[in-house]
Design a protein around this ligand. Structure first.
Ligand SMILES: [Zn+2]
Length: 266
């Protein structure tokens, strides 16, 4: 089995649909002068490249790269995730921040995984492996490349209607990717309970005891399924947390996960 076999089935067709919408939006934006479309694509690639370069430059000003010298224990976790998920060349950075967040970007190798420093205070080792593994999943599945490219679209002037359509389609794909990457995180930490507490801590960092985690989960359960939340989700880059938690539980019980986990542990 390929180590990226955890990719969700729906991710591929959602990306295809997104690209079709993208092409349609490009055509609408270009209107009758269709010859402008190749120019638009070139501008898009140029913007993406430029944004990637500037993101790297600003990262290097404030962040510390995780190496065996700068942070041996964290590097050991990174190495472990890398061995399991095989994302290719990845540099991991820690940026000082009170927020709890992580992200990835990069056009060419090595790609960058960025961890906000507060994560290191709030999460334990397994939870960190879930977070790091989730980001490496984005790299391994090619989301990072697509995101960096399509992120360049932000600077491309398209008509109002086209821009709205595009961002909806793009976020729809983003949400599909989150589910796949959660599976990567799960493979990296190997422990569904820790994957879930990591997600809970992202929204309620004080939740430490099982009782506190259960309380947060109860509160999250109540936000499920109301019309307002469903509408809000269509505009968000991430699925509702409670849906991600349910998906993690389901996947952790699947035979595919069992097989993959055995395989990556070797
Ligand atoms: Zn993600």
């Amino acid at each position: 089995m390929k180590t990226t076999a955890y990719r969700r089935d729906d991710e591929g067709w959602i990306l295809t649909t997104t690209l079709v919408v993208l092409a349609a939006a490009g055509l609408i934006a270009a209107g009758p002068t269709l010859c402008i479309a190749p120019v638009l694509i070139l501008v898009m690639i140029g913007m993406a490249y430029f944004m990637n370069q500037s993101a790297h430059a600003s990262l290097l000003r404030s962040a510390k790269q995780v190496t065996p010298q700068t942070n041996p224990p964290l590097y050991a976790l990174v190495k472990d995730c890398q061995d399991r998920l095989d994302p290719g060349a990845v540099n991991v950075f820690v940026v000082p921040s009170r927020q709890l967040n992580a992200y990835t970007f990069g056009f060419s190798q090595p790609r960058a995984v960025v961890l906000y420093s507060s994560l290191l205070q709030v999460m334990d080792e397994d939870e960190l492996k879930f977070i790091i593994g989730h980001e490496m999943g984005h790299v391994a599945l090619g989301h990072t490349w697509w995101n960096t490219l399509l992120g360049g679209m932000a600077g491309v002037p398209v008509g109002m209607g086209a821009a709205v359509l595009l961002s909806f389609a793009f976020r729809w794909w983003n949400r599909a990717c989150e589910y796949s990457s959660d599976r990567a995180g799960l493979l990296a930490c190997g422990n569904p309970a820790k994957a879930i507490t990591a997600l809970v801590k992202l929204v309620a960092r004080e939740a430490d005891t099982p009782q506190e985690v259960a309380m947060v989960l109860q509160a999250l359960d109540r936000q499920d399924d109301s019309l307002g939340n469903v509408l809000a989700e269509t505009m968000a880059s991430h699925p509702m947390l409670i849906k991600r938690i349910k998906a993690i539980k389901e996947y952790s019980r699947s035979a595919e996960f069992g097989n993959l986990l055995q395989q990556v542990r070797r």
